[in-house]
Design a binder for this molecule. Structure first.
Ligand code: DGY
Length: 329
């Protein structure tokens, strides 16, 4: 009698939620780690060398070099909506399915974008630090004066699902919402979001608060640089919950230090987890460690969706061959 074939092997790059990951064990041999790991490109290639599938996070870059080293690889499930860590054209050319986890994180990420905007405009973390350092001697009218959200103009750059979630929250604050996007949204969606489409320069010039929610690509690399920042109001707040590389951090630090921009709230950084020291030195910046989608329920839902995607992309389970969230090249 022929030996039964061993189950396909899948690599899970980071500790996620064991009980959710355990669903993969019904179909695959799972190679995982119990420690948060930082991999070199060579280590990723080695981990993929005998894998049919991979469940990865934004930390793991998979490109041509890894694909060549992974002859059996058929599917890569990214745990995240952004997938700039994956070379999609190279994966597609090699016939490898890539997937991501949209929708499940929309509301949580929009909540956080709004929270970061409020913390930044109203100087909440700066005020707390000042208080803890013992500077509060007496209540005064002039302490930590910030910018209002209500009645102001919110600019949203990138009007996908998360951008629209933020627009929905802004209407509860009586804000005027302007947006710019690669393409204008249908009128019905604009009406529902109570948002008006404007050109890029117009958005910069009119926003009291500008939120970045667009995908990172060659086109959006350093889109918010010295020139764009010079087009904003000196009283404006900038919030980035998209990807760090969209902002030229040196230009941002320069604008913040020189009074050309009031404040910034940053959840993402170009070289994260390393932070530009010029930003660290400024008081008018709120810095958080890429946690916009980080509620417990949402992070579990993201892992669960990535597991569904991987099972289906590897041709087994109830949706065999039809992963819910394929990414097209
Ligand atoms: C995403 O989903 O792209 C986030 O940045 C990581 O959770």
């Amino acid at each position: 009698m022929a030996e039964p074939r061993p189950p396909p092997r899948v690599w899970v790059s980071q500790p996620l939620f064991d009980d959710v990951i355990a669903r993969l064990e019904e179909y695959f041999e799972v190679v995982s780690t119990s420690d948060v790991a930082e991999y070199t490109p060579e280590q990723i290639s080695a981990a993929l060398s005998d894998a049919s599938g991979a469940l990865v996070t934004l930390n793991e870059r998979i490109g041509a070099e890894q694909i060549v080293a992974a002859p059996q690889l058929r599917a890569v499930a990214n745990v995240g909506v952004g997938y700039n860590n994956l070379d999609i054209p190279a994966l597609s050319a090699a016939g490898i399915t890539a997937t991501n986890t949209p929708d499940v994180l929309t509301e949580t990420t929009a909540d956080f974008g709004f929270a970061l905007l409020m913390a930044t405009a109203r100087r909440i973390t700066e005020a707390e630090r000042w208080l803890r350092e013992g500077h509060w001697r007496q209540w005064s009218f002039q302490t930590m004066l910030g910018a209002d959200l209500h009645g102001g103009t919110l600019g949203i750059l990138g009007m996908g699902r998360i951008g629209r979630g933020i627009a929905k929250r802004a209407s509860g604050f009586d804000m005027r919402v302007l947006y710019h996007n690669r393409s204008r949204l249908p009128e019905a969606i604009e009406r529902e979001a109570r948002a008006a489409y404007v050109g890029f320069d117009d958005l910069l010039a009119r926003a009291d608060h500008l939120l970045l929610v667009l995908p990172y690509s060659k086109q959006s690399h350093h889109l918010i640089g010295a020139k764009a920042l010079a087009g904003m109001k000196p009283t404006a707040t900038l919030v980035n919950i998209a990807r760090g590389g969209i902002v030229d951090e040196d230009a941002l630090a320069e604008a913040l230090a020189g009074g050309k921009l009031a404040a910034a709230g940053l959840d993402v950084f170009e070289g994260e987890p390393a932070i530009n020291p010029r930003l660290l030195a400024l008081r008018n910046v709120v810095l958080t460690p890429h946690i916009a989608s980080g509620s417990l329920a949402t992070r579990r839902a993201m892992v669960s969706l990535a597991v569904d995607n991987l099972i289906a992309a590897l041709g087994v389970g109830p949706n065999a061959g039809k992963p819910p969230n394929p990414i097209s090249a």
